[in-house]
Design a protein around this ligand. Sequence first.
Ligand code: GGG
Length: 323
Amino acid sequence: MTHEIAVIPGDGIGQEVTPAAVEVLEALDPEFTFTEAEAGDAVAEKTGKALPEETYELAASADATLFGAAGETAADVILPLRDAVDSFVNVRPAKAYPGVDAVRPETDLVFLRENTEGVYAGHEDRLTEDVATLTRVTTQSASRQLAEFACEYVDSDGFTIAHKANVMRETDGLFRDTVAAVAEERGVATDEVLMDAFATRVCLDPTQFDVVACPNLAGDVLSDLAAGLVGGLGLLPSANIGEQRALFEPVHGTAPDIAGEGVANPAATIISAAMLLEYLDYGEEADAVHAAVESTLAEGPRTPDLGGDASTSDVTNAIIDQL
Ligand code: GGG
């Protein structure tokens, strides 16, 4: 069976790391057809629209999407693309790799970020020159859907709920209470932590945590914090999972400081491609990509973010050679 993969590089280093991940997928030769589409700042400048209708439709119909990075137009690109695949959870593993210089080499975490609502959903208004507002929506149904996914994800192990329900009593309170209740119904253990305390505790000892379910913005911020513990954003992949389809992207953005230089670390996008393979039931191929990335990270070559002087294509070729 052939799977259609939408490829949307976006802006900045998305234009460099996304083709690298496609090269890795092509080297494995699964039955994929790749269709590329535009989105982001550059297309907005040309057409006035950051996410062309045909790009949205492609993501909404493809079996899976590989996305690169969103820049200034992120709110008009990444939020609708997640909506196109009906994604309710953003799975963000953050783990340290042997041989890579990490602040906390013992880190091995997975963030399950609610992906549709909270302060991140973009319900903002500018009322006057002086006043801007943000309306936050939290629903029991979205919290429940995230919790059901979390219970299946951890199987019989437990997970942590990170929130700020002592201040945002109604919204984070509803999130926390719903997630905890669903887990209890399913016989899955949970503990909870205030998200600010989590930020400190995870830096001091990341082994206290394993799988962490969080509201939308908290998941974005805390996973970036975890990237700092493992050697940087060049190492964090993610999967936006929906009921019928999914979109895979590195956690990093466009990195304008290095865009165009050919030295972006492709690891996060290539690991995201491995998650795509897993999602489409190419388990062996996914394992091969994970192993190739791990041994390349351990032995080099390395891009400058990891202390090396290799290019994106040096690292990509080294990974492909190990497959
Ligand atoms: N590849 C992910 C990306 O473009 N990140 C930049 C960004 O603004 N991310 C926000 C988010 O993941 O919600």
